[in-house]
Design a protein around this ligand. Structure first.
Ligand SMILES: Cc1cc2nc3c(=O)[nH]c(=O)nc-3n(C[C@H](O)[C@H](O)[C@H](O)COP(=O)(O)OP(=O)(O)OC[C@H]3O[C@@H](n4cnc5c(N)ncnc54)[C@H](O)[C@@H]3O)c2cc1C
Length: 380
């Protein structure tokens, strides 16, 4: 860890990595503290919103180029979805007369016949691979197996004939640098493309892994750990205390400026607490009346709804019993001024030397692009 730090970015999802790249490119000595994967690692492969050029170039250089999307992309739920950008294997998944939907025997949730009907693809087939486990495949296990040895898939795809575009589930390798899709396409003599993924998502895994690579290549220091406390003087954060993975004692890190990019409920940036104790929903504790908290820097969190500011979890006004309807509770986040600095509930700047980015910022819209692009926020 560098002795002197200009900027500490808290959070290593898409928002934190985009912020760190900008900071390093501007010449600031930058570190990212990242507790682990967040919502970014659950993304489907469809990139919604703008792709900042610095980030786009860094993703391409680290093995995961994203292309603009000019078609609707097939989703395993049976619909075709818009996207602004996508990794090349997803961007190529055009459904037209050349498309053949390829299920894989033993892989659940990708029924080729039904999907071909719903996507209006002209052909479908279910491919049998050698050494299919008796219990079937999980997407991650299959992706790892195909990355190691795609020979069985190549042999099966050869039967489809030249001119075919095989639309496969998102299982063509875990590590983009292994170039599994390219190897398969070249050896099988057909075009290959991937449908979008569902959580736990292989495309999200690839993006998350590539973001860590991007940091390693950009001169940014990456520290695996969680910010658990901070030292503050008036409206300035002086330092953060970090529980570094594998270290018994907290590390104190000072910097001139901080970026809060800790995500929302999935990333862990926003949580519910009852009298200071975090509510453990997984253990059946009720969220009712718990306060919304921002865990790393203690910024105020609220939800603007029905002309009011809700700082507690109030299920009746904040949730809709129809699951698919917009849920006001999910908009919880910190609120920022025009410069991206967090505001307190009295609308005063809480910290002068902090900017908040990505899903930790309260917002209604969502998408990787909004999260990457700045203070505008993103879903989850
Ligand atoms: C299930 C799901 C699927 C989605 N699919 C798509 C999609 O297909 N396309 C799309 O465009 N958008 C999608 N989104 C939205 C998109 O993923 C998010 O808007 C975006 O990833 C938010 O990025 P972020 O960096 O702000 O947060 P996150 O990706 O959640 O990252 C937060 C980071 O902060 C870290 N962190 C949290 N607290 C601390 C702490 N105290 N100390 C240190 N580190 C900390 C976490 O470990 C993590 O690294 C999806 C969202 C969800 C929930």
């Amino acid at each position: 860890m560098a002795g002197h730090l200009d900027v500490i970015v808290i959070g290593g999802g898409i928002a934190g990595v985009a912020a760190a790249l900008e900071s390093a490119a501007a010449g600031a000595v930058t570190a990212v503290v990242r507790a682990g994967p967040g919502a970014t690692a659950l993304a489907s492969g469809a990139w919604h919103g703008p792709l900042p050029s610095l980030l786009g170039e860094a993703l391409a250089a680290a093995g995961l180029p994203h292309l603009p999307v000019d078609t609707l992309l097939p989703h395993p739920f049976g619909d075709l979805r818009p996207a602004d950008n996508a990794p090349a294997t997803h961007a190529a998944a055009r459904i037209d007369e050349a498309a053949c939907v390829c299920g894989i025997a033993g892989l659940p949730h990708f029924p080729a016949a039904a999907l071909a009907r719903m996507w209006r693809a002209p052909r479908h087939v279910t491919l049998a691979l050698p050494e299919t486990p008796a219990a079937g495949w999980s997407p991650v296990a299959l992706a790892a197996a195909l990355e190691r040895d795609p020979a069985g898939l190549i042999a099966a795809l050869r039967q489809l004939g030249a001119g075919t575009r095989a639309i496969l589930p998102a299982v063509l390798g875990l590590d983009p640098l292994a170039r599994t899709a390219e190897r398969v396409a070249a050896a099988a003599g057909v075009d290959v493309a991937e449908a979008l993924g569902v959580p736990p998502s292989v495309p999200g895994w690839r993006l998350d892994r590539t973001l860590v690579r991007v940091l390693e290549r950009s001169g940014v220091t990456l520290l695996e750990g969680r910010v658990v406390d901070r030292a503050v003087q008036d409206d300035v954060v002086l330092s953060v205390r970090v529980a570094v993975r594998g270290e018994p004692v907290l590390r104190e890190l000072a910097a001139a400026a901080f970026v809060l990019a800790t995500g929302r409920f999935v990333g862990g940036g926003i949580a519910a607490a009852d009298g200071g104790e975090e509510v453990d929903v997984a253990r059946g504790q009720a969220l009712r009346e718990a306060s919304l908290v921002e865990r790393a820097l203690g910024c105020d969190v609220w939800i603007e709804h029905l002309g009011d500011r809700f700082r507690e979890v109030q299920p009746v006004p904040l949730t809709d019993p129809v699951r698919a309807e917009p849920q006001a509770l999910l908009r919880a986040g910190v609120h920022v001024d025009a410069a991206g600095r967090p505001r307190d509930v009295q609308d005063q700047v809480r910290y002068r030397n902090v900017t908040a980015r990505g899903a930790v910022v309260a917002a209604t819209s969502h998408g990787l692009g909004r999260a990457a692009a700045g203070a505008a926020g993103g879903a989850a």
